[in-house]
Design a protein around this ligand. Structure first.
Ligand SMILES: [Fe+2]
Length: 177
């Protein structure tokens, strides 16, 4: 295996690892918010597969640690659409929509500027960003504490505050993936 393939493989494993952590945070939020079993199932599947579309991207570009060019950023944004397309006939439409919309924000500042985002999509978006802020990954600039991450996300003003308050109340053990 050459260096490029090893980097690509570790990139894919990093995404898988992040997806499991995102599912775990999503599950804890779903329980706190009183979601039913079907909603929780859809949320968990969405969380596990939310970055599936990254498999379709050039892993070298995905692993760039420094600031991205506008073109590279736009290219990486395609992972939501790739994920939606790749999961056709694999999972239900609600799960596919969560994959498609996990970077959408309630104020319309997301990738596709959508504003009507379901509760499950909002939970997934929050769990995704929280993990990115609090867990060291190859392109992490700074790892934030639980409290710092919540403060930052509240400051952004584009997440559902009720979900953020539930997140703040979670006792997250970082040692368990
Ligand atoms: Fe993503």
């Amino acid at each position: 295996m050459n260096d490029k393939n090893i980097r690509a493989l570790s990139q894919i494993l990093d995404t898988a690892d992040h997806s499991v952590r995102t599912a775990r945070i999503s599950y804890n939020l779903a329980v706190k918010l009183g979601l039913n079993d079907i909603e929780i199932f859809n949320l968990l599947m969405g969380a596990l597969l939310h970055d599936f579309g990254k498999l379709n991207l050039d892993q070298e570009i995905l692993g760039i640690p420094g600031p991205l060019t506008k073109e590279q950023y736009e290219y990486i944004k395609n992972h939501t659409i790739f994920g939606y397309k790749l999961t056709k006939n694999i999972v239900n439409e609600e799960i596919r929509k969560a994959i498609l919309n996990h970077h959408e924000r309630i104020d319309g500042s997301g990738y596709q500027k959508k504003v009507n985002i379901t509760l499950n999509e909002q939970i997934l978006g929050i769990a995704d960003v929280y993990d990115a802020l609090t867990y060291r990954r190859c392109y992490s600039k700074k790892v934030h504490s639980h409290k710092e991450a919540i403060t930052l996300m509240k400051k952004n003003n584009n997440f559902n505050n009720e979900i953020l308050d539930k997140l703040a109340s979670l006792n997250i053990d970082k040692k368990v993936g």
